[in-house]
Design a protein around this ligand. Structure first.
Ligand code: GLN
Length: 489
């Protein structure tokens, strides 16, 4: 595929392109794709300044693999220069005095930022219809949603506007839009990628990660994104030595599994029966079964497993995430940053009007739910209970990993739905998250790799879930699967 980071890097190194020419080419495509509404801010001057600097480093022989390649950031990561809105009116005119850790790391690797990507307001949503700046469209079918909340990121990569993007996943927002747009994305183990400068939604769940066309590109990006950061209090310092290096681990895994026809030998794949039950669209189920069969034909062993509390992940998540959101979003009070109502009587009135004007419907719904489940008298019944369920869900995954190396299944029960179809029914929307929430609650890594298209040519993603810190192996398995799928077998 000539739109991958891998291919673009080869063009740069062969001097068939420069960082400036790549940036210009992609900025033109972004301009032409305005109806997708994937980008919220571009600033050609800022981009070209970074590209010129990358060209200087390239000319000086800097071997950094990502040097000069374009990237764009979900607008939940703060950036110096470009505005940082989190898809909210509340932050419509906000510019940050510093870069998020994720932005900093990719910039230090020499990537050239093309701008900021649309997303659901404060990353709350599954369809990218909750952005204050308009819905994002799915490039595979503009009448449909791209998935959410990193819908702008997924749509931009799928449409070729940028070869890679960042996203965040609190309950599925890297994996689900990747699945619906036909690209690859990985949500790392909680604590591997710094949350510094990532506008908070639910801090015990939020995790940033890469989105690109291939698992190989995601491995390159994740290698740079991972790392301890003292500015994030939940950043993990002690990664087991054999799991510390993503790119090295990825290459070693692939080298050890290169014999043709036996690419998955020795690998046990667990298939949770709850992930293929009624309620999953027949075409999604069939696509996932075919993907598993292709790996079994090349040496993998399949075991049927159970994640018995899968259904409970929805109520548990939709108590815990709003509870944390209600606390995190209390900072938007019209005093410290962001929007402030123009007319008000006194301080309370100012805060009330500011929040009424600045937040959208879904964000208000989450704040109300969160305040309710944390309030005296309901805390034990809802919040504490949800935390207990969260622990049991994490234990179910550990029991499963005693039977298998990786867990595989669908990312979402359906392919991309029509815009507006679920907007009036929040519960129907929340049900779409059933296969991604458990992974987030347990803090595990999960990825989505394209495995088929349905009869309407809409992409289906295969989810691969690993145990803590197993990202390199997951990406390597996804890479070898992608190779097979490319070869058409
Ligand atoms: N769809 C889920 C929600 O609305 C997950 C969002 C996310 O991962 N940011 O909360």
């Amino acid at each position: 595929m000539d739109t991958t980071l891998h291919a673009l890097s080869a063009r740069l190194r062969a001097r068939q392109a420069t960082a400036v020419s790549l940036a210009t080419e992609h900025l033109e495509r972004i301009g032409a794709a305005a109806p997708l509404n994937a980008f919220l801010h571009v600033d050609a001057d800022l981009t070209l300044a970074q590209a010129r600097e990358a060209d200087r480093r390239l000319a000086a022989g800097d071997p950094s693999p990502l040097l000069g390649l374009p990237v764009a950031h979900k607008d939940i990561f703060v950036t110096r220069g470009w505005r940082s809105t989190a898809g909210s009116r509340m932050l419509e005119h906000y510019t940050s005095p510093f870069d998020a850790a994720v932005v900093e790391r990719l910039a230090a690797a020499g990537m050239v930022c093309l701008g900021k990507l649309n997303c659901d307001e404060f990353a709350m949503g599954s369809s990218n219809e909750n952005s204050a700046f308009g819905a994002v469209r799915n490039p595979r079918d503009p009448a449909r949603i791209p998935g959410g909340s990193s819908g702008g990121s997924a749509a931009a990569v799928a449409a070729g506007l940028v070869p890679a993007a960042t996203g965040t996943d609190t309950g599925g927002s890297l994996r689900q839009p990747a699945s619906m747009c036909g690209i690859t994305a990985i949500k790392p183990t909680y604590g591997r990628v710094s949350r510094y400068g990532m506008i908070a939604f639910a801090s015990s769940l939020d995790q940033g990660g890469p989105m690109a066309h291939t698992a190989e590109d995601c491995a390159l990006l994740l290698d740079v994104l991972c790392g301890f950061d003292a500015r994030d209090s939940t950043s993990i310092e002690d990664i087991p030595a054999d799991k510390a290096h993503i790119w090295r681990g990825f290459q070693a895994e692939n080298a050890a599994n290169a014999s043709p026809g036996k690419e998955f030998a020795g690998l046990t794949l667990g298939v949770p029966r709850e992930f293929l039950a009624d309620g999953v669209a027949p075409e999604v189920r069939a696509a996932v079964e075919r993907a598993i069969a292709a790996m079994v034909a090349r040496g993998a062993r399949r075991v049927d497993i159970s994640l018995p509390r899968t259904a409970l992940s929805i109520p548990a998540y939709y108590v815990i995430a709003p509870a944390e959101a209600s606390s995190n979003l209390s900072r938007f009070d019209g005093v410290r940053y962001g929007h402030r109502a123009a007319d008000f009587r006194d301080l309370n009135d100012m805060i009330e009007r500011t929040r009424a004007e600045g937040f959208g419907r879904e964000v208000k719904r989450r704040i109300l739910t969160g305040a309710y489940v944390l309030s005296h008298g309901y805390y034990d019944a809802y919040y504490l209970q949800a935390q207990r369920v969260r622990r049991l869900i994490a234990e179910d995954f550990q029991a499963a990993f005693r039977q298998c190396d990786l867990i595989v299944g669908p990312v979402a029960p359906t392919t991309a739905w029509k815009a507006g179809e679920k907007s009036a029914d929040p519960v129907a929307m929340y049900l779409e998250d059933i296969f991604t929430l458990g992974v987030s609650l347990a803090g595990l890594p999960g990825l989505s790799v394209p495995c088929a298209v349905d009869a309407g040519a809409l992409p289906v993603g295969l989810q691969v879930i690993g145990n803590y810190f197993d990202e390199a192996r997951m990406l390597a398995v996804a890479h070898r699967y992608q190779r097979l799928a490319e070869a058409g077998s």
